[in-house]
Design a protein around this ligand. Structure first.
Ligand code: GAF
Length: 386
């Protein structure tokens, strides 16, 4: 089997006609718990996964950016001086958007050389595993290195988020880029999305005889349109009516009063965020004090809250979760922004194939498309490969 790092070097040289200066990579992420809490200044607990986006980069002697990839036919090209959110479209808006956003954070784009970049990826697209954040983070660390910008990782996460918000047009939070940049093997990133302080929490899955199974339903989603932005707007409305700057400032004890002040739908959106923040804190405590076998009920409760209160699940995700729970998973939930994508199940090591078979059977019985199931491990965040 060839190594993707050798492949991108080879493909870069074939396409651009010279050897790249180096190879960088960044992982996708899975969120263990803490959904839609990031843009409410709450808590999240994602981890970087062992599926990476890899790029080769070479500097040019002019001020032009050229980007090619294994997943698009054309070579996209733009002068550094023309970078602006409105000038970007299609998949190249992700990498070009990062270059633009570095400028917004203070990089002098008039003083840096142009670059050629070739990108390849084994992060599944549309699966809710942040293939987009993986591209943004790989490009951010690579440009930060070759342009010698000296930004720290929390700042690079904000750069990636700005690219996604303004160049791609998806009103997403800071979680995905943070996981891709701050992740470590066998650990989750416990991030306070208000202070942006983070801490690595040991997962200990292997020592506990557990595996984290991803069930990609194949139902694709898009956070630049529709439901994601609507949920964000509901949260902002709830915070405004309750007189707080963000739902981070609402506690579980405040919920009875919130019920009296809010319409039913907004109340349920708020209740999801408030209880989900508490579940993240409880999950961190359980991981520290008792180990991962103790977090199953929290995962299950998170799914129920997303299905019933936040209403971002779909029948395929509910079926994946219920089937995993009924076939030996100690906990399961949909993960990511919702409206499609993947579910996760925390499963005893010997029980993975039983759950896979049960899920395949259940999906076939319901006439749903065949899901893709695979185990992921917590891995290191973005960095230079060679
Ligand atoms: C998507 C977004 F990009 C994240 O910022 C986060 O809001 C997540 O959905 C839901 O938790 O992945």
């Amino acid at each position: 089997m060839t190594d993707i790092r050798d492949d991108v070097r080879f493909d870069f040289e074939q396409l651009f006609g010279y050897a790249p200066q180096g190879v960088w990579s960044a992982p996708g992420r899975v969120n263990l718990i803490g959904e839609h809490t990031d843009y409410n200044e709450g808590f999240v607990l994602p981890f970087a996964i062992n599926r990476r986006t890899v790029l080769a980069l070479g500097t040019r002697d002019d001020a032009v950016l050229r980007i090619a990839s294994s997943f698009a036919d054309e070579v996209a090209e733009i002068p550094l001086s023309s970078l602006a959110p409105d000038a970007l479209a299609g998949w190249s808006a992700y990498p070009f958007g990062v270059a633009w956003a570095l400028g917004e954070f203070g990089a002098d784009l008039a003083a840096v050389p142009g670059v050629d970049i070739y990108i390849d990826s084994v992060v599944p697209v549309g699966a809710g595993l942040s293939s987009s954040a993986a591209i943004e983070s790989a490009v951010a660390v690579a440009l930060n290195d070759v342009w010698q910008l000296g930004f720290d990782r929390p700042t690079l996460a904000k750069v990636g988020q700005l690219a996604e918000n303004k160049a791609v047009g998806a009103p997403t939070g800071i979680m995905d880029q943070s996981a891709s940049l701050l992740g470590r093997a066998d650990a989750a990133v416990f991030l306070d999305c208000r202070s942006l302080e983070s801490e690595l929490i040991d997962l200990g899955f292997a020592a506990a005889g557990l595996e984290l199974l991803i069930i990609d339903t194949g139902v694709s989603h898009d956070h630049a349109t529709g439901g994601y932005a609507e949920r964000r707007a509901s949260c902002e409305k709830g915070a405004a009516v309750l007189g707080v700057s963000s739902l981070r400032d609402v506690s579980v004890d405040d919920l009875p009063r919130a019920r009296e002040m809010l319409d039913d739908e907004t109340f349920r959106r708020v209740r999801h965020i408030v209880t989900e923040n508490q579940r993240v804190l409880d999950t961190v405590r359980a991981l520290r004090d008792e180990g991962p076998a103790a977090i199953g009920d929290l995962l299950d409760a998170s799914h129920a809250s997303m299905r019933d209160d936040f209403e971002i699940s779909v029948p395929e995700l509910d079926l994946a979760v219920e089937t995993a729970q009924a076939n030996g998973a100690i906990g399961a939930r949909m993960t990511g922004g919702g409206f499609g994508g993947s579910a996760i199940a925390l499963v005893p090591s010997g029980g993975v194939s039983r759950i896979q078979v049960a899920i395949d059977g259940a999906f076939a019985e319901h006439g749903f498309g065949q899901p893709v199931t695979f185990v992921v491990a917590a891995s290191d965040g973005a960095g230079r490969e060679n």
